[in-house]
Design a protein around this ligand. Structure first.
Ligand code: OAD
Length: 232
């Protein structure tokens, strides 16, 4: 029998217990750094050095952390389900936790791309993490983080909609569902799909009937995820 289609939609909360800051919780990243300065198209145009500095710092932080039990539990679901992960996170902890199909809606921290040609994308390595406004690629072109800045389109959104439309189960973990269009994915699971939302402080999702909300830390709930999905 074909495996059921599971789409796992994650946000910063899934990586919180690895030691990566969330954005909107108290003390989160957007408390410390004004979002429009470090993560918007205007901010990058105004002060690229500052934006590079911000992402360099986050890359360094990423190297020092490990996937947690939630990332690993999601990867293990591939034994039972046909799994696609759609993440708003720019870290690579899903991949390092073993997930094989990961769509990054908001880009990837460990990649940069050419300012001239957005199809030229470069993977950074541990020994080559720091990028600044003077960095150049092999064609002599400047580089920018491979991140979807605020004020920019989300190029992977159409693909994400396709995936969600074809799911049997939609599992949402660790997102405040504040940022659009990403949060808008919730309207796309088929009516008969089962929807589960795990978050320490879940957003209101009562506008869609039948969502099972589980309040708690992703890594603590991780050992029970398989049972939650199997429940009728
Ligand atoms: P937020 O910081 O908005 O929300 C994090 C969510 O994780 C909140 O709902 C918390 O309650 C929850 N949370 C915190 N710790 C948790 C834990 N241990 N286990 C489970 N849940 C936990 O982050 P996102 O929703 O991911 O975009 O934010 C979406 C986007 O906004 C990000 O991708 C980023 C940001 O601006 C860009 O930079 C483009």
């Amino acid at each position: 029998m074909a495996k059921k289609r599971l789409v796992v939609f994650t946000g910063a909360g899934v990586s919180a217990e690895s030691g990566i800051s969330t954005f909107r919780d108290a003390g989160g990243l957007w408390d410390k750094y004004p979002v429009m300065q470090v993560a918007s198209a205007d901010g990058f145009a105004r002060d690229p050095a500052l934006v590079h500095q911000f992402y360099n710092m986050r890359r360094k932080e990423l190297l020092g952390v490990e996937p947690n039990a939630a990332h690993r539990a999601i990867a293990e679901l591939e034994a039972t389900y046909d799994v696609d992960v759609i993440t708003q996170n720019v870290d690579n902890l899903h991949e390092r936790g073993g997930s094989t199909r990961v769509l990054h809606l908001h880009g990837e921290l460990m990649k940069v791309r050419s300012l001239r040609d957005e199809s030229r994308i470069y993977e950074l390595t541990e020994g080559n993490l720091m990028v600044d406004e003077n960095s150049r690629d092999e064609y002599g072109d400047g580089l920018r983080p491979h991140i979807v800045f605020f004020q920019e389109d989300v190029p992977m959104f159409e693909r994400a909609i396709e995936l969600v439309r074809s799911c049997d189960i939609f599992l949402i973990i660790g997102t405040s569902l504040n940022v659009y269009p990403a949060a808008g994915l919730l309207v796309y699971p088929p009516k008969i799909a089962k929807i589960i939302y795990i978050d320490t402080n879940p957003a209101k999702v009562d506008w869609r009937a039948g969502i099972k909300v589980v309040a708690g830390k992703a890594a603590e709930i991780a050992p029970t995820i398989a049972d939650l999905l199997a429940e009728e």
